[in-house]
Every structure is written in structure tokens, then in C-alpha cells.
Design a protein around this ligand. Structure first.
Ligand SMILES: Nc1ncnc2c1ncn2[C@@H]1O[C@H](COP(=O)(O)OP(=O)(O)OP(=O)(O)O)[C@@H](O)[C@H]1O
Length: 252
């Protein structure tokens, strides 16, 4: 599903101030069906605000977001949101948490869902914990469970807000690779917020570099490299230099 962001402005009432603060200034962006876009920029440039507008969790002050040809007015199951903070149901086991909502989908049988869930848990080293409850897991393990749950739901649009930022590097790289695997297979449209340049280059077809005060798009950068990408390749390092050159590194 394609997403069009048209002339978006967003202001918030400034706390303790008698005027509004402009957070997003005339943001325009077209995201193609099946495209993987990373929003990259310093803290406070409005990445999360923009993602919430695409999700329909908030409304723009002016302008509109169009998803699959329709103006976004409220959240929809077609646009799954994955935040930094994960929430698991404490009364369900790991496997039950991962399977939550899957059996409502008519295109797969219960057995197929179970197999897929177990395969994912296996691939992130959590299969031995499938009957454990969230309170028995470490923070990183809980995050992996929550991410797997959202990946298994196969929403056509995935809106991800720094989902891997709290993980250690090894787990982060593993989940990035798995996300690329899911995306290649299911061709989701993905909007992924990060302030990690390496993550953006590893994942994205298109990197949208944002600037702050007020938040706006500074530059759109196409990454034309086959996947899976090799971080140590010359091409990767060259793109890294180009992207870093466009960012105000002192703002990070
Ligand atoms: N509900 C709100 N009310 C008032 N101000 C808000 C609200 N939500 C966000 N802001 C302000 O909007 C600006 C952009 O915030 P946002 O969270 O979108 O930035 P970000 O780029 O995602 O930052 P970070 O990388 O730190 O998560 C900030 O100055 C923030 O204080």
C-alpha cells in the first residue's frame, strides 16, 4: 500500500507558553507500495510525530496523509505501529503472546501460524522459552517477543519507531536481517524511524533526512544497493560518508 504525505504542518500548544510550537513544517513525501523508507534525523525533529500522523493516532494541523488512496483519519489494522516500548500480555506465555491475533486471519490455518511462530522464536533463540511468562524474561528477550509478534501479523504497512534501539548490537543486527527477510517475502511498505545512520543504510530503499526547529525534510537519499547489505563493503562506507555529510552531526 502506498502512502502520500501532502503539505503536512503540525503544531502543538507550547506548555507554559501563550503560543503554539511548530513541530512539522510543510512535509511532503511519497512512499511507494512495498518501499522501505527510513526517517533519519536528530532528536526532536518530529520523526515520531510524523509516524503518529501516518498511523492516524494524531491529526495534522493542516495537510493530509493518504494511505492506499484514502485520507487517514484514524488508526487501522492495515498500518501496524511498533514502538520503542513493547507491551506483552503478562498473563499469556511467550508463544501465546506471539500468536495473539494471528488466528483471526483467515488466510492461514492455526497449524501454519503455530509453525511460523515457532520458526521465528527458534531463529531468535527463544524457542526454549515459549512456555515462559513475560516476567521470567529479560528486557531484551521481551522486546524480541514483541517484535516477532508484529512481524507475524503481516500488516501491509509497518510503522516502526526505533524498534531495535534498546537491543545490543548483535540482537539488533539479527533483527534487522530478519526484518529484511520478512519485507522481501511479504513486500510490506515500511516506515522506520531511527537516528542510527548505519541502521538506515542497512535497511532502507530511501532515507529521508530530517532537520529540526521546525521539523522538515532536508533531503531524500536513495540507497541503491542489493540486500543483504555488507556493512564493511566500500559502497556501504561511501554512502555512510555521504549521509553523515548531510546531517548536522552535532545535533545527535
Ligand atoms: N503531544 C505533544 N505536545 C507537545 N509537544 C509535543 C508533543 N509531541 C511531540 N512534541 C514536541 O514535538 C517535537 C518533536 O517531537 P518528536 O517526538 O516527534 O521528535 P523525534 O524526532 O521523534 O525525537 P526523538 O528522536 O528524540 O524521539 C519535540 O520538541 C516535542 O517536544
Amino acid at each position: 500500500m502506498a502512502i502520500e504525505i501532502k503539505n503536512i504542518n503540525k503544531s502543538f500548544h507550547g506548555r507554559g507558553l501563550d503560543h503554539d510550537i511548530k513541530v512539522l513544517d510543510d512535509v511532503n513525501l511519497n512512499i511507494g507500495d512495498g518501499e522501505f523508507v527510513c526517517l533519519l534525523g536528530p532528536s526532536g525533529c518530529g520523526k515520531t510525530t510524523l509516524l503518529r500522523l501516518i498511523a492516524g493516532l494524531d491529526q495534522p494541523t493542516s495537510g493530509e496523509v493518504i494511505a492506499d488512496g484514502e485520507v487517514v483519519k484514524k488508526p487501522s489494522g492495515d498500518r501496524a505501529v511498533i514502538f520503542q516500548q513493547y507491551s506483552l500480555f503478562p498473563w499469556l506465555t511467550v508463544l501465546e503472546n506471539v500468536m495473539f491475533g494471528l488466528n483471526l486471519k483467515k488466510d492461514r490455518t492455526k497449524e501454519e501460524n503455530l509453525k511460523a511462530a515457532e520458526r521465528y522464536l527458534e531463529s531468535v533463540g527463544l524457542i526454549d522459552f515459549k512456555d515462559s511468562y513475560p516476567h521470567e524474561l529479560s528486557g531484551g528477550m521481551k522486546q524480541r517477543v514483541a517484535i516477532i509478534r508484529s512481524l507475524l501479523n503481516h500488516s501491509p504497512i509497518l510503522l516502526m519507531d526505533e524498534p531495535f534501539s534498546a537491543l545490543d548490537m548483535q540482537n539488533r543486527h539479527m533483527l534487522q536481517e530478519q526484518l529484511i527477510g520478512v519485507w522481501k517475502r511479504f513486500k510490506n511498505t515500511i516506515v522506520f524511524v531511527t537516528h542510527d545512520v548505519d541502521e538506515a543504510i542497512y535497511l532502507a530503499d530511501k532515507i529521508v533526512i530530517m532537520d529540526k526547529n521546525p521539523g522538515k525534510i532536508k533531503e531524500v537519499f536513495d540507497v541503491d544497493m542489493p540486500r543483504l547489505r555488507k556493512r564493511e563493503s566500500e559502497e556501504f562506507i561511501k554512502i555512510q560518508e555521504e549521509v553523515l555529510d548531510k546531517l548536522n552531526v552535532e545535533d545527535f
